[in-house]
Design a binder for this molecule. Structure first.
Ligand SMILES: Cc1cc2nc3c(=O)[nH]c(=O)nc-3n(C[C@H](O)[C@H](O)[C@H](O)COP(=O)(O)OP(=O)(O)OC[C@H]3O[C@@H](n4cnc5c(N)ncnc54)[C@H](O)[C@@H]3O)c2cc1C
Length: 446
């Protein structure tokens, strides 16, 4: 069986773990054959959202998670909850057409609201707040792209605004960028606690969830799907694969449509009292327009959370501390002279693909898969999980907010590792060149 990733089976230690809610400690699937309306493979946000919504709608649900709930990207991400897919509205319309495109734009916009409603309705303690997201621009072209986005949303009366260089510097706590845009609809979350909370809500709604239950074999007989684990099997009308970057060979070839890339997250020990209040003083989370992302946020106790670089393939390796800390000090020059002591670091896999976008596939009668998060999925996996639940209850896949597509093989996948590694090096060079241009720009008066 194809096991592309070699993360240890125990729950990852992340900054979210300490306040991540109690682990669920669920029993593996029992021996013998079990039946349900729906069997879900994967206990991340996507699978748990599907289980919760389907069980609430009256379906009988069994969810199988190979490790523990939230073990995958859902328990390892940065916790930024964006009200959009990765693409601009005009790109989405060009890709899916006016009607379907608009439906996706509008549904994605409601993502943080949907997450907030679930958190409230199910009493999930996961530090959810509509903090707002700052997206900073490091080139003139990125600034123009940000203006275009802001114009689109402002025309629709949404609470987004451009921040000029001075205002961006004030809100970020460093004058590194040419400007930024602020999206007040964005939120932050402890995503591990959220995933576990969704799973608990699904259990309360009557779903049966099992940890340490890797689905190892699939078959279809008499119009039903049978999923086998080492201990038992489940027979169901509907089969949902929510395994994303961690997709194995359960559905032969499905993993050929994505390239799992390891991404690193780091938290510092609380920053010195005298500088802490100067970093993102309004409590927003931020990203920037560079190709190699730098998501940053500050926790209320003064710990800084930031994305870093490290070995993208193979076993987890140490983050590349030099470029990672160098970038943080570039954004926040007040941290240049002081030690940034590391509290915790970890990594997780993102499912990358050609189109940089999620896909929903109808694989066979009653069988769906969602994958291709490309690093954006806290809200989107919640939405798509709810769509899967609608399907479980009778809605056709063609009505989904993300139109289903046929699985597409990435032909160059056998060469993905050297190609993506080369691309990352190229991006680092481009970022470096643009950063030097930015330095020139910054030497001009604001
Ligand atoms: C480092 C990092 C930072 C990120 N930051 C953000 C962010 O700030 N904001 C944002 O919106 N998104 C972010 N993302 C993306 C986001 O985390 C994902 O889009 C989202 O968690 C995907 O959820 P999922 O349920 O589809 O997959 P996952 O959470 O990865 O769950 C898949 C699960 O399937 C299980 N599984 C696999 N095979 C089997 C099998 N055969 N049988 C049983 N179980 C199986 C795995 O064990 C795993 O638990 C980030 C991702 C990473 C890695």
């Amino acid at each position: 069986m194809h096991h592309p990733l070699n993360d240890a089976p125990e729950a990852p230690r992340t900054a979210f773990t300490a306040r991540g809610g109690e682990p669920l400690n669920l029993e593996p699937l029992g021996s013998g054959s079990n039946t349900a309306d729906v069997v879900i493979v994967g206990g991340g946000i996507g699978g748990c959202s599907a289980a919760l919504h389907a069980a609430e709608g009256g379906a009988s649900v069994v969810l199988l998670e190979a490790n523990t709930i939230g073990w995958g990207a859902s328990g390892r991400n940065a916790g930024h909850v964006a009200p959009a897919t990765k693409h601009d509205p005009d790109e989405i319309i060009a890709r899916y057409g006016t009607e379907a495109g608009q439906r996706l734009i509008d549904a994605a916009e409601q993502g943080p609201v949907l997450v907030g409603d679930l958190v409230k309705r199910h009493g999930i303690d996961c530090d959810y707040s509509f903090s707002g997201i700052i997206a900073a621009s490091h080139t003139v072209a990125a600034l123009r792209a940000a203006e275009k986005r802001v114009n689109y949303w402002q025309a629709r009366g949404r609470p987004v605004e451009m921040l000029d260089r001075r205002k961006a510097a004030e809100m970020i706590g460093g004058d590194y960028y040419l400007g930024a845009w602020l999206d007040r609809r964005g939120a932050r979350i402890n995503a591990l606690a959220y995933t576990r909370g969704l799973a608990r809500a699904a259990l309360r709604a009557g779903a049966r969830l099992h940890e340490r239950s890797r689905a190892t074999r699939l078959s279809r007989d008499n119009g039903k799907w049978t999923v086998q684990t080492a201990t038992g099997s489940v027979q169901a009308d509907k089969l949902f694969l929510c395994t994303n970057a961690y997709t194995d060979d359960l559905w032969p070839g499905l993993h050929r449509g994505i390239v799992p890339v390891r991404a690193y997250q780091i938290t510092s020990k609380p920053l010195r009292e005298d500088v802490r209040g100067t970093v993102l003083p309004g409590g927003q989370v931020m990203t920037d327009s560079r190709r190699l992302l730098s998501g940053v946020s500050l926790y209320p106790d003064g710990r800084l959370h930031f994305g870093g670089r490290g070995p993208a393939f193979g076993p987890e390796g140490e983050p590349h501390w030099g470029p990672t800390l160098g970038r943080i000090r570039q954004i926040f020059p007040q941290l240049a002279g002081i030690e940034i002591a590391i509290d915790c670091w970890w990594s997780g896999h993102m499912a990358m693909n050609n189109g940089n976008s999620w896909h929903i596939h109808e694989l066979g009668p009653g069988a769906l898969a969602m994958l291709g998060c490309n690093g954006r999925g806290v809200a989107l996996a919640t939405i798509y999980g709810r769509e899967f639940a609608r399907y479980a209850l009778g809605a056709p896949a063609r009505d989904f907010v993300l139109p289903p597509s046929a699985p597409k093989r990435i032909w160059l996948k056998p060469f993905a590792q050297p190609l993506v590694s080369a691309l990352i090096r190229y991006y680092a060079i481009r970022d470096g060149i643009e950063t030097r241009k930015l330095d020139k720009h910054r030497s001009q008066p604001a």
